[in-house]
Design a protein around this ligand. Structure first.
Ligand code: CA2
Length: 146
């Protein structure tokens, strides 16, 4: 089983600024932690980050042929992108929406997600651990035990 992990805009800056909001882990650290859990769970993972909405849409379409599902932190596109929502719905692969911060404890514009209604679940507020919780939940869902 192969899972796609998708990081949206500005997540390439992780670990360099705003550590009080997003923690000190870099995107490579997050990927390494997710990769370690994937090995424990016996699944393969592939990672993608882009700052561009269309590139994220292209990636979801292209990766869908290889992966059983996605763990997605769409960053700010979570709150704005009908295109990414349509891409995820269009490829019909289950996905979990994850966030480093607790978006519900932040500005109101972060409370709305275009992706959440189509997601298997949402994990928000656990820093890098949100991705690992999301991966665990998605794999259990795909294995039929969640
Ligand atoms: O909490 C999350 O994971 C977010 O998806 C992060 C997005 C934000 O727009 C969402 O509302 C919640 C922003 C990612 C920006 O990441 C940075 C990391 C370090 C320095 C600056 C930005």
């Amino acid at each position: 089983m192969r899972i796609g992990v998708v990081h949206g805009p500005n997540l390439n800056l992780l670990g360099t600024r705003e550590p009080e909001v997003y923690g000190r882990a870099t995107v490579d650290d997050v990927n390494a932690a997710v990769g370690a859990l994937a090995a424990e769970l016996g699944v393969e993972v592939e990672f993608f980050q882009s700052n561009h909405e269309g590139a994220l849409v292209d990636h979801v379409q292209e990766a869908a042929g290889r992966v059983r599902g996605f763990v997605v932190n769409a960053g700010a596109y979570t709150h704005t992108s009908i295109a990414l929502r349509d891409a995820l719905a269009g490829v019909a692969r289950p996905y979990v929406e994850v966030h480093l911060s607790n978006v519900f404890a932040r500005e109101r514009f972060r409370h709305r997600s275009y992706l959440a209604p189509g997601a298997v679940g949402v994990v928000s507020g656990f820093g890098a651990e949100s991705y690992r919780l999301g991966l665990r939940g998605l794999v259990e869902y795909l294995n039929g035990s969640a």
